[in-house]
Design a protein around this ligand. Structure first.
Ligand SMILES: [Zn+2]
Ligand SMILES: [Zn+2]
Length: 425
């Protein structure tokens, strides 16, 4: 195979508490060392003024294949991942059929290998057919390569099923990932329940729905010793409940999306369905709590919840349009522009939440530039200004709430397994 020398970049690797200008050598698909000099490498990349970090990981991506290839495929979704700076993603199993058998896990892995873009790690269903009734064959799914379990799209509503999921997954040291929502409280809801929903006359989804489910999940994780990961946290109380549980030693982690860090329910005044997602955009006090949670370490990871829907589906009336927005190609730019440039978050902390932390949660041997690790590297240009143009997305879908935004910071070069898979043009 080949060698690449990445020179003069600011190497940030939170897994090794590393942050200094250095030259990173990649050889035969692995990280070969720091501070190498030019010495006949096949390729030399000048990364002066740029950030060199472990390949970014997005642990919450809906790839839609099989079943909804009109919205996204594994090939287009992983191409979008690369353009966004992600070398690895974890895919959510709410496909059709859902990922609840060894055969479907194998299909995903086969399609991902064929696409040869970003690495795809498979999250499998907690319940058979995502029906929320009977536990899926957890052991067999782990054997097939599943790295965690979730029924996302739906919450795991049945508490006994959740308890048993924790017990089974514990045997394989796998996390249970939940979409925390009490369905009875959000029925007919389109947006966050508050002043804006009242003014607009739209059905509300109260913050308490997420708070109650988060409390239940933590109680069950605590009782079983199981590993809980709360997906897309969005409420001040849920974050505080997690903060306190962590202090007690409960095995809970959580993630937040870029849209819950930067947008509020005020956006719904436009009636634009690209601001409709679940959990919904909430009030400023919740956004502030998400940022505080990210800063104090309560929130472990930043994940996009990339949820592609074709234009046709999103063009419906707000109450008919499906929930969800794409995020793979805007996450890095939004975080850089809205959190890092204003000094709310520093680069090492942001990178930690998109590399080593999601890797640890899912038990992936990724997210590090340690010698011998897989050579997954993202080179970020923190100074590059660009405009979000959905018509240029690699994703099949364009349902972004960030269309037209001017952003500063993007992926410049993306290396997966020692091969350059993306270069910004
Ligand atoms: Zn969800
Ligand atoms: Zn999701």
């Amino acid at each position: 195979m080949s060698s690449i020398l990445i020179q003069n970049g600011r190497v940030i690797d939170p897994s090794q508490k590393l942050d200094r200008v250095a030259s990173l050598l990649v050889r035969d698909g692995r990280i070969a060392g720091l501070d190498a000099s030019p010495n006949g490498q096949d390729q030399v990349i000048d990364a002066a003024g740029k950030i060199v970090c472990p390949g970014l990981i997005d642990m919450h991506v809906h790839l839609r294949e099989p079943g909804r290839e009109e919205d996204e495929t594994i090939a287009t979704g992983t191409a979008a991942a690369l353009a966004g700076g992600f070398t690895s993603i974890a895919c959510i199993p709410n496909t059709d059929p859902p990922i609840d058998t060894q055969g479907t896990v194998a299909f995903i892995r086969h399609q991902a290998a064929k696409a040869d873009n970003a690495n795809v790690f498979v999250l499998a269903c907690v319940s058979k057919d995502r029906a929320g009734k009977e536990l899926a064959e957890i052991g067999q799914l782990v054997e097939a390569g599943a790295v965690g379990f979730t029924d996302d799209g739906h919450p795991i509503s049945d508490s006994e099923l959740m308890r048993r999921a924790f017990e089974y997954c514990l045997m394989f040291d796998k996390p249970v990932l939940n979409h925390a929502e009490i369905k009875e409280l959000t029925q007919g809801g389109v947006m966050h329940e508050g002043l804006v929903s009242m003014v607009l006359g739209l059905g509300g989804m109260p913050a308490a729905s997420e708070d109650v489910m988060t409390s239940r999940d933590i109680a069950l994780a605590e009782a079983t010793g199981g590993r809980l990961h709360e997906m897309h946290v969005s409420t001040a109380n849920a974050i505080d409940i997690i903060r306190r549980a962590k202090k007690r030693g409960v095995r809970v982690t959580c993630e937040v999306t870029p849209h819950h860090l930067t947008l509020t329910d005020e956006c719904l005044r436009t009636f634009n369905s690209n601001f409709k997602m679940n959990p919904p955009l909430r009030g400023q006090e919740h956004v502030d709590a998400c940022i505080a949670g990210l800063k104090d370490g309560t929130i472990d990871a930043i994940a996009s919840d990339h949820a592609p829907h074709s234009l046709e589906k999103k063009m419906q009336e707000l109450d008919q349009a499906p929930f969800g927005v794409v995020g793979l190609e805007t996450t890095l730019g939004v975080i850089a522009t809205k959190l890092i440039q204003p000094g709310i978050l520093d680069w090492p902390t942001a990178i930690e939440k998109m590399t080593v932390n999601p890797a640890r949660i899912l038990g992936l041997a990724k997210g590090t530039l340690a010698v011998g690790a897989d050579a997954d590297v993202t080179i970020i240009d923190p100074e590059a200004w660009w405009t979000v143009d959905p018509s240029k997305f690699r994703s099949k879908s364009t349902n972004t709430p960030f269309g037209g935004w001017r952003l500063k910071g993007c992926a410049d070069t993306v290396i997966v397994g020692g091969k350059v898979k993306y270069t910004r043009t």
